[in-house]
Write a protein that binds this ligand. Structure first.
Ligand SMILES: Cc1cc2nc3c(=O)[nH]c(=O)nc-3n(C[C@H](O)[C@H](O)[C@H](O)COP(=O)(O)OP(=O)(O)OC[C@H]3O[C@@H](n4cnc5c(N)ncnc54)[C@H](O)[C@@H]3O)c2cc1C
Length: 444
C-alpha cells in the first residue's frame, strides 16, 4: 500500500459524461469529499451504511479545528512514557491485545513512527494538510454563503489554549513547538496569569504552570457541519443513500477497475465506465480493500466524549482548551437550535479524549467515561451539570503516522480518503480538496 498522503496517480481512464463518482461513507470526510467532487463538476452518489449522516466517529468528537496542534501521537518521547501510561489507572491510553495480526502490525509501525526523523516529517506533513484545510474550509463557507445557505455549526474562532499542569509534559512540549514554529504556525507561550486573563474559567485550575495559545485555531460541531453540508450537496443534485452498507467491491475481468459494489442487502450497484470510487469509510476501509490486496494501515483507537449542559456560563471556558496532563480537549458549543438533528439550541461543554487500542468493540466503559467527569468536576465544579453527562464513544480511524491515506490505489478507479485518526475534523476540508484535485488531474 502506498504511503499515507501519497499522491499516487492512477492511469487515465475513459471519462463518462457527466463525470461520476461514488463515495462510500457519510462521515465528515465523505461529506466534504462529496462537496469538493461536486464543485469539480462530478455527479456525486454517496452511500452510507447507517441511517444518518455523521452517525459514527464524526458524531460527538472534541470539536477542535486544531491546525496548530497537528502533532502525531507517535513522538520520540512516547516509548519512554509507555510503562507509566499503560499502568496508570487514570491513563488516557489503554492497549488490549487481540488476536488480530493487523493490530500487531499497526503497533510495530507505530513504534517506528516515534523515530525523531519520522516524527519531524509527519508533523510537517500534518501541518501542511492542516493549513490546506483552513483554506479549503473557507472555500466551503464562501460557496454556501454565495448560495445563501446556512452553515452555522456552533463555530468559535477564539483560538485554542493548550494548558499544562505537569512539569515533564511542559518540558517535552518545547520540542514540537519549535518544529511547529519552523512550519510557520502562529503560536505563543503565555504564563499562567496570562492564560487566566485569556480564559477566566481557568482561574479555578490548581497547579496551572503555563499554556500555549494558538489564536488562529477554532472549534465547532463536526456533526452539525456534516449534516448541513450534506443537505447542501443534496440540493445541488447529489444522490445520498442511507442504510446502504457496502459489503464487497467487485472488479471487472481485468482486475484493474471496480465495476460494481455489493451491498449487505444483496443489491448490486454497477459503476459506469470511468466512474470513480472513493472510500471514506473510516475504520472500516481496510475491510473493503484487503480482498483486493490493498492494505492501508488503519486501526481503531477508541475515544470517549462527554457533553455537559452549561449551568453557569461565566465559569465555563469560551476558548477551546487542551488539557495536556489528562489529554482531554474542551469545546463549548452553543448550538444553533434548529431543532431535531439540527441542534437543540442548548449551551453545552463537550470534553473528549482517551485512546483504547483494542479492536472494533464500541462498548462504552462507564469507568473510563467517568474519568472525564472527575476531571471536569475538579476544573469547573458545578458550573456544568455533572449529574447527566451525555457520554459517547467512537473509533478514530488511526494510522501509525497520523497521516491519512489521501491517494489512489493499484486499482485504477479506486481512491482512498481515510485514516484521519485524531484530526479528521481539522483535516476534512483539506484532504477532501486534495483527493478531488488528484482525481481530477488523473482524469485529464
Ligand atoms: C473522542 C474523539 C475526539 C475527537 N476529537 C477531535 C477533534 O477535536 N478534532 C478533530 O479534528 N478530530 C477529532 N476526532 C477525530 C475525528 O472525529 C475523526 O477523525 C473523523 O470523525 C473521521 O471521520 P470519517 O468520516 O473518516 O469517519 P466516520 O465519521 O466514522 O465516517 C465513516 C462513515 O463510513 C460509513 N461506512 C463505513 N463502512 C461502510 C461501508 N462498508 N458501506 C457504507 N458506509 C460505510 C460509516 O457508517 C461512517 O458513517 C476525535 C475522535 C474521537 C473518537
Amino acid at each position: 500500500m502506498s504511503t499515507p498522503l501519497a499522491s499516487a496517480s492512477n492511469t487515465k481512464t475513459k471519462l463518462p459524461n457527466p463525470k461520476k463518482v461514488t463515495i462510500v461513507g457519510g462521515g465528515v470526510i465523505g461529506v466534504t469529499t462529496a462537496f469538493f467532487m461536486q464543485q469539480a463538476g462530478f455527479e456525486v452518489r454517496l452511500l452510507e451504511a447507517t441511517d444518518k449522516i455523521a452517525a459514527a466517529t464524526s458524531k460527538a468528537n472534541g470539536g477542535q479545528l486544531s491546525v496548530s496542534h497537528a502533532e502525531p501521537w507517535a513522538t520520540p518521547d512516547l516509548p519512554g512514557q509507555l510503562p507509566k501510561l499503560l499502568t496508570s489507572k487514570h491513563s488516557p491510553l489503554k492497549i488490549t491485545l487481540t488476536r488480530d495480526p493487523h493490530q500487531y502490525r499497526w503497533l510495530l509501525s507505530f513504534l517506528r513512527e516515534c523515530l525523531p526523523a519520522r516524527h519531524l516529517k509527519n508533523t510537517l506533513k500534518l501541518t501542511r494538510l492542516g493549513l490546506e484545510s483552513r483554506t479549503a474550509l473557507k472555500q466551503i463557507h464562501e460557496v454556501l454563503a454565495h448560495h445563501k445557505v446556512d452553515l452555522t455549526y456552533a463555530r468559535r474562532d477564539q483560538g485554542i489554549l493548550h494548558f499544562y499542569t505537569n512539569l515533564d509534559a511542559l518540558a517535552s512540549a518545547q520540542k514540537p513547538s519549535k518544529i511547529k514554529r519552523a512550519a510557520g504556525l502562529a503560536h505563543r507561550w503565555v504564563t499562567s496569569e496570562e492564560a487566566k486573563v485569556l480564559e477566566p474559567a481557568l482561574s479555578s485550575v490548581d497547579g496551572l504552570l503555563r499554556a500555549s495559545f494558538t489564536p488562529s485555531d477554532s472549534s465547532g460541531d463536526a456533526r452539525l457541519f456534516s449534516l448541513k453540508l450534506s443537505r447542501f450537496i443534496l440540493q445541488q443534485g447529489a444522490k445520498i443513500r442511507l442504510g446502504a452498507k457496502v459489503n464487497r467491491l467487485k472488479t471487472d475481468a481485468s482486475n484493474n477497475r471496480i465495476a460494481s459494489l455489493l451491498l449487505d442487502s444483496g443489491e448490486v450497484i454497477n459503476l459506469s465506465d470511468g466512474e470513480t470510487l472513493v472510500l471514506c469509510s473510516g475504520v472500516h476501509t481496510p475491510a473493503l480493500t484487503r480482498p483486493l490486496g490493498i492494505y492501508p494501515q488503519i486501526y481503531p483507537a477508541k475515544g470517549y466524549s462527554a457533553t455537559y449542559d452549561v449551568l453557569d456560563p461565566s465559569r465555563v471556558p469560551e476558548i477551546s482548551l487542551i488539557d495536556d496532563e489528562y489529554k482531554l480537549v474542551y469545546s463549548r458549543f452553543t448550538e444553533a437550535g434548529l431543532g431535531g438533528d439540527f441542534g437543540s439550541g442548548r449551551d453545552v461543554l463537550r470534553v473528549a479524549g482517551m485512546a483504547e487500542i483494542g479492536g472494533y468493540d464500541l462498548t462504552l466503559d462507564p469507568l473510563r467515561a467517568n474519568l472525564i467527569t472527575e476531571r471536569v468536576s475538579a476544573l469547573f465544579g458545578d458550573a456544568v451539570n455533572l449529574e447527566t453527562p451525555n457520554y459517547w464513544c467512537g473509533l478514530r480511524p488511526s494510522t501509525p503516522s497520523n497521516l491519512p491515506y489521501v491517494c489512489g490505489t493499484k486499482v485504477s478507479n479506486l481512491w482512498l480518503n481515510a485514516g484521519h485518526g485524531t484530526l479528521g475534523w481539522t483535516q476534512a476540508a483539506g484532504s477532501a480538496k486534495r483527493v478531488s484535485d488528484l482525481i481530477t488531474a488523473s482524469l485529464f
